[in-house]
Design a protein around this ligand. Structure first.
Ligand SMILES: *Cc1c(COP(=O)(O)O)cnc(C)c1O
Length: 392
């Protein structure tokens, strides 16, 4: 059948009629364990009862109102984020790319207005992913995303992952900021080690430039801390987040310190839908749940158990599995056969996962996944390895 949808995604033939917790269910009643979580979005699983309650309540009061008025729900959510982080101010939007876009604008505005200097360049890491708008594809500079869409936005410089010297060399008198994902998600679940984040902070201080973290994927509890940077001793000046923030309801945010926010004034940025009462009410509950100490402790315990078992599977099937990567529930399995084939076989055995660069299979369980479901996933992963073995 001819689809009326622009063919920009590679889709599997599966479709679902219902989601419940860690499971998705097809029309025929077949259940799939969903460790794709809508790309790290369904942070509390499908149709979480607490979130349904908040969504229903707010839906009867008010859905949307423009930012020309006071929005108490937005104010409360911003206060929560400020309390949990380095930030003093928050801008709300609806997606990851928009939150990164806001970060880029805030960084440029800071230098132009606060220091009266035309610093606009932003240094990023090759293979990183910051979204699909023209600014954010310019930021990541990946060939497969920019081909056909030139000219790009000026002012982005990419350096190799892990190449400290190149980063330092890339800074010049036009540099405004360095922007990194503390853990590269699409790029293949590559962790920037704490000492490197600390090195970046020092470099930014020395050169009087800003440090931006893109935590669109690794933020909101995904790695076992509320934000991934909180595993380190340092803080960014600006942070972009989105994916897991609304538990499936679209919302994004850009967090910034008072000092660095100074370039942004009335009229300098905006978003029609950004921070509406419906999105903010849901996100507030998501954040309340995820930021709880016990929730994050449980998550880390479950993740440690899961990764240890994955390592054991890797050791048994080391001709199929090369490496287990990641932190918390932002996990990658580097596979020795084609990752798409392995993902399809996992799916046929009832487990949903997602690919990433470097032949990685991303395993992104809901953050409130049960130990029982983790064990089921491990069984499916092991069974898939056995299936592949027996076909040889
Ligand atoms: C997904 C992602 C984005 C883009 O988010 P969208 O909501 O798709 O615009 C940006 N940065 C990172 C690190 C991401 O993983």
């Amino acid at each position: 059948m001819q689809s009326s949808i622009l063919p920009t995604y590679k889709r599997s033939n599966l479709s679902f009629v219902k989601g419940k917790g860690s499971y998705l269910i097809t029309k025929n009643g077949k259940k799939y364990l969903d460790f794709a979580s809508g790309l790290a979005v369904n942070s509390l699983g499908h149709c979480n009862s607490e979130l349904i309650k908040v969504l229903n309540n707010q839906s009867k009061k008010m859905w949307h109102i423009s930012n020309a008025f006071q929005i108490p729900e937005q104010e409360e959510l911003a206060k929560k984020l400020v309390k949990l982080t380095f930030a003093d101010k928050v801008f709300f939007c609806n997606s990851g790319a928009e939150s990164v876009e806001a970060a880029i604008k805030i960084a440029r505005a800071y230098h132009q207005i606060k220091e009266k200097k035309n610093k606009f360049k932003i240094i990023t890491i090759k293979g990183s992913f910051h979204g699909r708008t023209l600014a954010t594809i310019s930021a990541s500079g990946q060939k497969k995303m920019i081909d056909g869409f030139k000219p790009l936005l000026d002012g982005f410089v990419q350096v190799e992952f892990g190449d400290h010297e190149s980063i330092e060399k890339a800074v010049d008198n036009k540099t405004a900021a360095i922007m990194v994902e503390p853990i590269l998600g699409e790029g293949g679940i590559k962790i920037i080690p704490n000492q490197c984040l600390e090195g970046l902070r020092k470099l930014c201080n020395k050169k009087k430039i800003l440090l931006i973290f893109d935590e669109v994927q690794c933020g909101i509890g995904r790695t076992g801390k509320f934000f991934s940077y909180q595993w380190s001793k340092i803080e960014p000046d600006i942070l972009a987040t989105a994916k897991g923030m609304g538990g499936g309801f679209p919302i994004g945010a850009c967090l910034v310190t008072d000092k660095v926010s100074k370039g942004m004034k009335f009229g300098s940025h905006g978003s029609t839908f950004g921070g509406n009462p419906l999105a903010c009410s849901v996100a507030k509950r998501v954040i309340e749940i995820i930021s709880e100490k016990k929730f994050l402790n449980d998550l880390n315990q479950k993740a440690t158990f899961f990764v240890n078992k994955l390592e054991a599977i890797k050791n048994t099937y080391n001709h199929l599995i090369e490496e287990i990567r990641g932190r918390g529930f932002l996990l990658g399995i580097k596979i020795k056969i084609n990752n798409s084939i392995f993902i399809e076989k996992l799916r046929n055995n009832g487990l949903l996962s997602v690919g990433a660069n470097e032949n990685i299979i991303r395993i992104l369980p809901p953050l409130n996944v049960t130990n029982k479901d983790l064990k089921i996933a491990l069984k499916i992963i092991e069974k898939t390895c056995i299936d592949i073995n027996s076909k040889k």
